[in-house]
Design a protein around this ligand. Structure first.
Ligand code: ZN
Length: 271
């Protein structure tokens, strides 16, 4: 290749990369000494998924932050630890694309009405960052864990796109919406001990995310008593889950203890 053509290609790439700069930090790094671009095979895939999320959520800052944190863990798993393959990361990105599309019109219950996809991405992040889980099928199961329960998605659709193992995991963590809300919640407690390791890990990461979210950013219409009840209920689900991941269990214990400590000090201050 002629030198001019090569320089032009490098310049085009730089222009292309700079166009992402507005959408947050660029994922690609440069090696100044050789003027070449150091690009790992997963960076383009991550960048494309980031761009889709950026458009689908109308540039939501929380979603982009959650994605960037998750992408960083994926990069570490791929490049540094070599614990995940290109194909696995590509499939995880497909999982993000799929879940983002399915949840696109849904929001969380917090004051800011954050786009719902912030939750499954956060759950997958906790699974990898706190729980140190590196099984791609479990990570994808986490990304898809609310699609059947909360959208029109079917298990067959998930099986066709992601395979039997992942649809099986999603099935294990999906509540039966035909049951009344309190029956569903009770069923989560009594069925917890029968979960497979992967499903238990997803449930732990899901509970960890929700408990932290309730602690830091509770829905404005939830009373303190309702939050207390959620904490009690989550504790009873977690207590009955098989011991699938010590680190996730410890992190949940920590946030639950922190919550009750806060309630005790608020109570003693007002009495
Ligand atoms: Zn969830």
């Amino acid at each position: 290749m002629k030198k001019n053509t090569l320089l032009l290609l490098v310049a085009m790439n730089i222009t292309m990369l700079c166009s992402y700069a507005d959408e947050g930090r660029p994922i690609v790094s440069f090696c100044q000494e050789t003027e070449s671009i150091v690009e790992s095979p997963i960076q383009q895939t991550l960048q494309e998924t980031r761009k889709k999320l950026f458009e689908l959520t109308h540039h939501d800052a929380v979603v982009m932050k959650n994605f960037d944190n998750f992408a960083e863990v994926l990069q570490v798993a791929f490049q540094k630890e070599k614990s995940m393959t290109v194909q696995e990361i590509e499939k995880i990105c497909l999982g993000i694309d799929f879940a983002a599309e399915k949840h696109r019109f849904q929001t969380r219950k917090n004051k800011e009405r954050t786009p719902y996809i912030s939750h499954p991405i956060g759950v997958a992040y906790h699974l990898m960052e706190v729980g140190e889980v590196r099984e791609a099928s479990v990570v994808i199961g986490a990304l898809l864990h609310d699609t059947v329960e909360d959208t029109q998605t079917t298990f067959e659709e998930i099986e066709n796109k992601f395979g039997k193992q992942i649809s099986g995991l999603v099935r294990e963590v999906t509540d039966d919406k035909s049951l009344a809300r309190d029956v569903r919640k009770r069923f989560q407690v009594i069925s917890a001990s029968h979960k497979s390791k992967g499903a238990a890990q997803i449930k732990l990461a899901d509970k960890l995310f929700n408990l932290k979210d309730l602690y830091n950013n509770p829905p404005p219409d939830w009373t303190q008593a309702r939050i207390d009840r959620y904490y009690e209920w989550a504790q009873s689900v977690v207590d009955r889950l098989p011991n699938a991941n010590d680190k996730l269990h410890d992190a949940i214990k920590e946030i639950i203890d922190q919550y009750w400590e806060k309630q005790i000090s608020a109570y003693t201050q007002t009495n």
